[in-house]
Ligand binder design. Structure first.
Ligand code: ADP
Ligand code: NI
Length: 191
């Protein structure tokens, strides 16, 4: 029996991200949710409700998009849904362990945190990762070459930092896709 809060969260993020661009929109959150549930299917020990709500709320207080502090958006939503303090704390713990930029080198302590972090990272690599990186570059007025640099600084390192077996397997395929793209890009643009 899925929690009503999960259904409600899917609708709520649509409103929350209505002003956000292609690199960080509601569709990103929904993909992270779907991928996280696929990983959860392979990690029997996890709490699926925590994974689902952690994924759906993981960017609700992203500092690049919102000026909130202390998971204020996520907490307000969960409070309205009547979730217990204990459940809210567990979900916030998952959310706060996800961000790549804020957690360089840190591994989430809980299985649910590892699952949501892997799902978020998978969305930054492969074909979807390429699309999001160039969307981000466009939103920030960057030259194409600056986004190519971002692949070397960050995106090509992600597949080596996955925490679940499903994540590692899927990341290897997506990594390969980026390597092929970068090679084709280099050939097409070299002088
Ligand atoms: P997180 O929210 O997990 O910390 P980011 O906000 O850094 O992740 O990244 C969100 C998306 O924007 C990712 O797809 C990432 O590749 C892209 N992105 C972030 N920084 C850059 C950049 N300098 N150039 C191109 N894409 C970027
Ligand atoms: Ni995200």
């Amino acid at each position: 029996m899925p929690l009503a809060a999960i259904t409600h969260a899917k609708a709520w993020i649509g409103e929350l991200f209505s002003q956000s661009g292609g690199s960080h929109d509601a569709a990103h959150t929904l993909r992270v949710y779907r991928t996280a549930m696929k990983i959860a299917d392979t990690e029997k020990a996890c709490d699926r409700d925590i994974v689902a709500l952690g994924a759906l709320l993981h960017d609700a207080d992203d500092t690049k998009l919102f000026g909130t502090v202390g998971n204020a958006n996520a907490r307000a939503f969960m409070e309205k849904e009547g979730l217990s303090q204990e459940m809210q704390d567990r979900i916030c713990n998952v959310i706060n362990g996800v961000s790549f930029s804020h957690n360089r080198g840190k591994v989430p302590e809980t299985l649910e945190g590892k699952i949501v972090q892997d799902a978020d990272r998978l969305d930054a690599i492969g074909a979807i990762g390429i699309a999001r990186a160039f969307a981000f570059g466009g939103e920030h007025g960057r030259a194409l070459e600056d986004t190519i640099a971002h692949f070397h600084e960050k995106l090509l390192r992600i597949s080596g930092e996955m925490q679940t077996a499903y994540g590692r397997h899927e990341a290897a395929k997506r990594h390969e896709m980026m390597v092929r793209f970068l090679e084709a890009y280099r050939k097409e643009t070299e002088e």
